[in-house]
Write a protein that binds this ligand. Structure first.
Ligand code: UD1
Length: 345
């Protein structure tokens, strides 16, 4: 049976590009829409080198309804959407809340609005463990309470989940799977695609690999006085390819009506909490490369510890994060080395 086309918004971004690869390898035709605000067209070359297919891409902004309408008209075989297109820097969102609310919410509203008109059956939404705030206990299940968001970025994820729920419950002829990611890290094992943030990285792994290669002098570890065994924060670091694979399963589940539920929510994590210092150790052990680092004060707004209970996704989706942290760290390093080789940085 010919598979329906999947619209991947933000498909040249970090998680989006890895998901496009997995979709193509699973036989799904795709089309990307991306405004290139935090990515570049060379990502398409990387995807093509891995899969042998260059995904079609429309350079446009999802907040532009006319552009979206044109895209759905040009690709009438779109059956599902995976929505990655969003701004995602926590700190920036506190400085520029209007940008975050406008970009993240209008994108979602436009997609939900257009879907029924174009016979698009389902949308997979990128949410985050940020909706749990500082959880009362770990590991976190999907039933854990949603805490008040500590940033406009986090609030856009909470509001987006509510919008999707309201629209699906209104009887609109659409389904949704909401995926709450923990901390995605690493790169494709081919080192053809990976994470490439603009400017100084805010997230741990890109800062770490840029330090390891000498672009940054040293990595600052934000706090060693938390209530954790070594005092640094604990996260659930999930391999980006494992994460991408969950999207293919989720989209198939929606489009092939494998569930009676019109809306489903899954935690995507490994179930293993690793501290920032343990992660630095893992990187050094796996790659043999030293990472100069120093302890500095806490970063405002950081959660002390959060890791997933992924049992529901494991059972219902038949999906499990499989890549070891050492392999993941090696993939992140191989990608950083590839960027150097290509003269990107
Ligand atoms: C946060 C959000 C997540 C969001 C992501 C996007 C939470 C729980 N998570 O992830 O939803 O998708 O931002 O940007 O709100 N660290 C250092 N030094 C650094 C950088 C980070 O020590 O230079 C530490 C942080 O203090 C934190 C850990 O590394 O403890 C992970 O940080 P980061 O990679 O920024 O991700 P989160 O803040 O967990």
């Amino acid at each position: 049976m010919k598979k329906g086309r999947i619209l991947v918004t933000g498909g040249t971004g970090y998680i989006g590009s890895h998901t496009v690869v997995e979709l193509q390898q699973a036989g799904y035709p795709v089309v990307i829409i991306d405004n290139l605000s935090n990515s570049n067209l060379e990502v398409l070359d990387g995807i093509e080198r891995i899969t042998g297919q260059r995904p079609p891409m429309v350079e446009a902004d999802c907040t532009d309804m006319a552009a979206l309408e044109q895209l759905f008209t040009d690709y009438p075989d779109i059956k599902g959407i995976i929505n990655f297109a969003a701004s995602k820097a926590v700190g920036e969102s506190i400085e520029k809340p209007i940008l975050y609310y406008r970009n993240n919410l209008n994108t979602l509203l436009n997609l939900l609005d257009a879907m029924p008109r174009h016979g698009v059956k389902g949308i997979v939404f990128s949410s985050s463990c940020t909706v749990y705030g500082e959880p009362d206990s770990n590991p976190v299940t999907e039933a854990a309470p949603i805490k008040k968001a500590t940033s406009p970025y986090g609030n856009t994820k909470q509001i987006s989940e509510e919008i999707i729920t309201d629209v699906v419950n209104s009887g609109a002829p659409i389904k949704s799977v909401i995926l709450r990611y923990f901390n995605p890290v690493g790169a494709h094992p081919s080192a053809e695609i990976g994470e490439l943030p603009n400017g100084v990285p805010q997230n741990l792994i890109p800062y770490l690999t840029q330090t390891a290669i000498g672009i940054r002098k040293e990595l600052s570890v934000f706090g060693n006085d938390y209530d954790t065994p070594d005092g640094s924060c604990i996260r659930d670091f999930i391999n980006v390819v494992d994460l991408a694979k969950a999207h293919v399963i989720a989209v198939e589940r929606m489009l092939e009506d494998k569930s009676d539920n019109k809306i489903e929510i899954f935690n995507l994590g490994t179930g293993i909490g690793l501290s920032v210092l343990e992660l630095i150790d893992a990187f050094q052990r796996a790659t043999g490369v030293n990472v100069p680092h120093k302890i500095v004060g806490r970063r405002a707004g950081d959660i002390e510890k959060v890791w997933a209970n992924p049992a529901y996704a494991n059972e219902v989706l038949g999906w499990k994060a499989q890549t070891s942290i050492d392999d993941t760290m090696r993939s992140a390093w191989a990608w950083q080395c590839k960027l150097r080789e290509r003269g990107v940085m």
